[in-house]
Design a protein around this ligand. Structure first.
Ligand code: ATP
Ligand code: MG
Length: 586
């Protein structure tokens, strides 16, 4: 192996299992027993995410502990203790009650990262309604499509977003009864067809008794990122909180005194599972930054807020790498203890860069909208193999499988490449794609949930991401995962980002074509193109890219995933497909 295993992160706690403990924990693990970790609604009235996230702490010694610190774009800072969050979410639940919004009914949010979003999410969960966050950068059509599928009855948004995204669609959303505007003050009261949330909140009681909640009651609706096609609406239930809670501890190493920063957009599943639920159920302080990525601002937050645990995504890490570690050295990042990444394969280069720039490697972990929470992870107390996603969470059975012609499933041996599969039964597993029964059924075969991702497992039980099943390249009898090729290109000092596709070829079936974005200040030219192709050939041999184009940046989803299907469609002059989640291209 070219990359050295990195011993466990200094300071990582033994709370998360090391390899020996991991096997023991795994062997004796049962979800039913783990349920004892959670409080449950008083009087045995079930399990509710918001109760575990805020009321449980507000009723105990952590009432005054800082739950959420919001950093506004204008420099304003707003702090919320657990007690305050409990009270505000009670008010929001009472607002829903007054509007006669009931169990399972859709409450959507279309806002930036503002405190009201967190309050609305928790209040909706308390009320037993179905919460669905949307990316605030969505245009009107993606907003409409998702609100129609989710049969939204309530929308929480801002006056500006309402005017630009929703007002014109109102007639096409006959089920949408209540639009609640945040932070518009007096101005909000003048927008026809809407209500001012601030005054509704002020008039609502701060007391609320969460109604009995069955762990199987619907809680969250999350749309997938749309990386491979039309986004699907995955339904999650209240029982999912068990996974959020445990993965917060095991995979993110959260401890009560931690200051945690999850940089995910709230419109993406990570923004809910790890931007709201996991940190709160674990009782930590969570940082919410209203602004978008900007290297100096981000380093400044890590320093000034004394962030100890940081959960981010490969795109952001690659951007920081672009600016070099000199910039990181200008800041005091000594409080950082644990770094984790999700959303895309994390190139080994980036893991090692983290170890150099921050003194801690990034811990990659893998999951999907469908899984609701982290499933595979480089645990805190476990050695990190750069480039590997890690090992399954105790209670999660993962395997690399191949679908047989007859519909059966074969489990593959270590080293073999196949589809990553999970044994259904973990509590945060999605319970369906809303209104898409057939698409849901297709995810299961032979007693497994098939993830659509390709992977292999090594002798030590670490899983390695190969690519998405849709992105696999078949060239002259080789099966090539784009990730390996991209990671090699990333090792070249001029490369900031790489995306690789298969391009049809009469001789080879497909040839590997790479798209590369360069680091700032480096100009693309023919010599560099040849150098990069040679660099990759030396390391990869026959599976190296045959063609390479430069691009200022690569097309990505709003959750930061490289859209290889779009690179491919453009290369081949094919229709571009669903672009609702495409991030504006620079
Ligand atoms: P869609 O399903 O609509 O095509 P999507 O799969 O990108 O979009 P998400 O559920 O947000 O939507 O993303 C999950 C996917 O992201 C995983 O299936 C996997 O392909 C990729 N992914 C997430 N984490 C990792 C990781 N650590 N390493 C590699 N890939 C990852
Ligand atoms: Mg997917």
């Amino acid at each position: 192996m070219r990359w050295q295993t990195i011993e466990k992160s200094p300071g990582a706690d033994a709370l998360a299992p090391n390899l020996a403990d991991y096997e023991r924990t795994r062997a004796g693990f049962s979800w039913a027993e783990a349920r004892g970790e959670l409080d449950g609604l008083p009087g045995g009235r079930g399990l509710n995410i918001a109760h575990e996230a805020v009321d449980h702490h507000a009723a105990g010694t952590r009432r005054d502990h800082l739950a959420l610190r919001w950093l506004g774009a204008n420099g304003e800072v707003r702090d919320f203790s657990y007690g305050r969050l409990a009270e505000l979410s009670n008010r929001f639940a009472n607002v829903l009650q007054a509007l006669k919004v009931g169990k399972g009914e859709g409450v959507f949010a279309l806002t930036g990262r503002i405190p009201e979003l967190y309050v609305a999410a928790l209040g909706t969960l308390k009320n037993g309604s179905l919460f669905c966050p949307l990316f605030s950068a969505f245009g009107p059509e993606p907003v409409h499509a998702r609100m129609s599928i989710g049969e939204a009855r309530v929308l929480v948004t801002t006056p500006a977003l309402y005017r630009s995204r929703v007002a014109g669609l109102r007639e096409r959303l006959p089920r949408l009864e209540h639009v609640l505007l945040v932070g518009g003050g007096a101005a909000a009261q003048d927008v026809p067809g809407t209500r001012d949330l601030d005054s509704l909140m002020a008039g609502a009681s701060a007391e609320f008794v969460i109604p009995p909640t069955d762990p199987e009651d619907w809680a969250l609706l999350h749309f997938t990122s749309g990386t491979t096609g039309r986004p699907k609406g995955a339904i999650h239930v209240h029982a999912a909180v068990l996974v959020h809670h445990l993965t917060g501890r095991y995979a993110l190493d959260l401890h009560p005194e931690d200051v945690f920063w999850c940089t995910a957009d709230p419109g993406w599943v990570t923004g809910t599972s790890y931007g709201i639920i996991a940190p709160l159920t674990n009782g930590v302080t969570s940082i919410v930054d209203e602004e978008e990525f900007e290297p100096e601002r981000w380093y400044g937050i890590l320093q000034d807020q004394k962030v100890t645990v940081w959960y981010t995504a490969p795109t952001a890490i690659r951007m920081l790498m672009k600016y070099g570690d000199e910039l990181a050295r200008h800041y005091d990042l000594s409080r950082l203890r644990f770094l984790a990444s999700v959303g895309e394969p994390l190139n080994p280069e980036a893991v090692v860069w983290g170890a150099e720039a921050f003194g801690h490697p990034f811990h990659d972990n893998w999951w999907q909208t469908e899984t609701g929470g982290i499933m595979i992870s480089n645990y805190a107390a476990m050695a990190v193999k750069p480039g590997s996603m890690g090992k399954p969470l105790p209670g999660v059975e993962a395997a690399v499988v191949r679908r047989r012609e007859d519909g059966g499933i074969d489990t593959l041996a270590p080293g073999e490449q196949g589809e990553l599969a999970l044994r259904p039964g973990w509590p945060s597993m999605f319970r369906g794609y809303l209104h898409e029964e057939a698409r849901y059924e297709k995810c299961f075969a032979g007693g497994w949930y098939l993830t659509g991702d390709l992977a292999r497992c090594d002798e030590d039980g670490y899983f390695w991401f190969v690519g998405r099943a849709d992105d696999l390249i078949k060239s002259s009898g080789h099966l090539i995962g784009p990730f390996e090729v991209e990671s090699v290109l990333m090792e070249h000092p001029a490369v900031a980002e790489a995306g690789v596709i298969g391009k049809p070829d009469p001789m080879a079936g497909e040839v590997v074509k790479a798209f590369v974005a360069l680091k700032p200040g480096i100009d693309p030219d023919e010599a560099l193109r040849r150098e990069l192709l040679g660099f990759a050939r030396k390391r990869l041999g026959a599976v190296a890219p045959r063609e390479l184009d430069f691009q200022p940046s690569l097309p990505k989803t709003r959750s930061g995933k490289i859209m290889r299907r779009l690179l491919k469609a453009r290369e081949l002059g094919l229709p571009e497909g669903d672009l609702s989640t495409l991030e504006a291209e620079k």
